[in-house]
Ligand binder design. Structure first.
Ligand code: AMP
Length: 419
């Protein structure tokens, strides 16, 4: 049996970088007063169709959708924002405190063509803020991402930012873009020709060479912002500049989802070939109301966890697993029973202890202790049990001590907790 295409196992041998990122991210989120939320992996299809947008790649062709036994249409979540909005509305979280700052991490599902950095089950680290319209929240999220990547030692990343305007200024921009594309329509790819009627702004995002050529000199959203959006974007840019956060204004960045308004950004790398976006985010001031909640400004980002780890793998060795404090080499049966109880007692006391119940030879078990990176080994064979004294070997200094069996737990606690 094999995993299905685009799905993969992340084995214990590779998990250390994932844990390193999680630990740092959780610390940073807590420091900035974000609170963890956990949401289901399965939702009603309608939630994603309505929020992400019917004419987006995700909804048109990438969702894992099926009919449940009761004929209800369900979808494996392709992203987290829609579900977090649903939770905010469903539990009326706005009623007691409209300002909510969430983070979460977990798997997402999109049926894309698998390649390096692109999987059908992939992981995201998400942050979302509800209830604050100020541009300083946009800055906080971009700063937070920048800080996380800096702490992870990643300097090969660039923030691309853009402003997509709002429902007040978007129509004028769309008209201007359609006017520009008017005679060139037949030179666009088939998908973009359809986008002209369904979602013209997304044409700017097309990676096809011919569309890129057609788009040279196309109008940009940033040149059509209303005074309020202009002001908002100005604050984002000047604040980040003052903080020394590097960014690049990317007029073609529109992101693949319909719900974005005003600031949108992506953190890109050149280290992963075609899959250059390591994180993406944006404001979505209209989404909560559109999904049936109160009018609530909101903004968030998602980090592509798999891609982030792949960038880190290119730059650093896998961090070493913390070794065991003690490995009990138990030879034969009565020693194994003693080793079982002793390892439970010591682990209960917070001393990381391992053992092995296969009845293997001393040589094989010493090898295993070494592999598990044990700092000490306790040898319990038939002769040690007969003498009622076990040998403790420090694997770093090679020193050996004999410990009487009736003092084993207190003596080991004393030695292992101090060395
Ligand atoms: P999005 O929700 O499309 O804005 O994606 C946010 C981030 O998730 C992207 O910048 C990628 O790093 C990551 N991502 C999106 N789709 C995939 C995928 N199929 N496989 C791996 N990572 C992905």
């Amino acid at each position: 049996m094999q995993t299905i295409r685009g799905f993969r196992d992340i084995l214990p041998e590779h998990i250390r970088l994932w844990q390193k990122v999680e630990t740092l991210a959780y610390e940073l989120f807590a420091a900035f007063d974000y609170r963890e939320i956990r949401i289901p992996v399965l939702e009603k299809t309608q939630l994603f169709a309505r929020s992400i947008g019917e004419a987006t790649d995700i909804v048109e062709k990438e969702m894992y959708t099926f009919e449940d036994r009761n004929k209800e249409k369900l979808t494996l979540r392709p992203e987290a924002t829609a579900s977090i909005c649903r939770a905010y509305i469903q539990h009326k979280l706005y009623a007691s405190d409209p300002v909510r700052k969430f983070f979460m991490t977990g798997p997402m599902f999109r049926r894309e063509r698998p390649q390096k950095g692109r999987y059908r089950q992939f992981y995201q680290i998400d942050a979302e803020v509800f209830g604050i319209a100020s541009a300083f929240v946009d800055c906080e999220l971009i700063f937070l991402l920048n800080e996380l990547f800096t702490r992870l030692g990643l300097t090969c990343l660039t923030a691309h930012i853009n402003s997509l305007g709002c429902p007040d200024c978007r129509p004028a921009f769309t008209q201007s873009l359609l006017g520009f594309l008017g005679e060139k329509k037949q030179d666009l790819c088939d998908i973009c020709q359809r986008r002209m009627t369904k979602n013209p702004m997304r044409i700017l995002d097309c990676k096809t060479q011919t569309c890129q050529e057609v788009l040279a000199g196309a109008p940009a959203t940033v040149d059509h912002l209303c005074p309020a959006c202009e002001d908002h974007f100005h604050t984002v840019k000047t604040t980040l500049q003052k903080q020394g956060v590097d960014f690049f204004i990317d007029k073609s960045l529109v992101r693949g989802l319909d719900y974005y308004t005003r600031t949108a950004w992506e953190i890109q790398t050149t280290a992963l070939g075609a899959q250059s976006a390591v994180a993406g985010g944006g404001r979505y001031d209209g989404l909560v109301a559109e999904l049936g909640g109160p009018d609530t400004p909101a903004i968030g980002f998602a980090i592509g966890f798999d891609r982030l780890v792949e960038v880190m793998e290119q730059l650093e060795q896998l961090p070493e697993e913390p070794g065991l404090d003690l490995f009990i080499v138990a030879l034969e049966d009565p020693a194994m029973e003693m080793a079982y109880h002793l390892s439970c007692d010591l682990n209960q006391a917070g001393i990381r202890t391992g053992t092995d119940f296969r009845g293997k030879s001393l040589k094989a078990l010493m090898k295993r202790a070494d592999k598990r990176n044990a700092r000490h080994v306790l040898i319990a064979g038939p002769s040690e049990l007969k003498d009622k004294a076990l040998i403790l070997r420090n694997m770093v200094t090679r020193e050996q001590t004999t410990i009487p069996m009736d003092q084993l737990v207190p003596a080991l606690k004393k030695i292992l907790q101090t060395t």
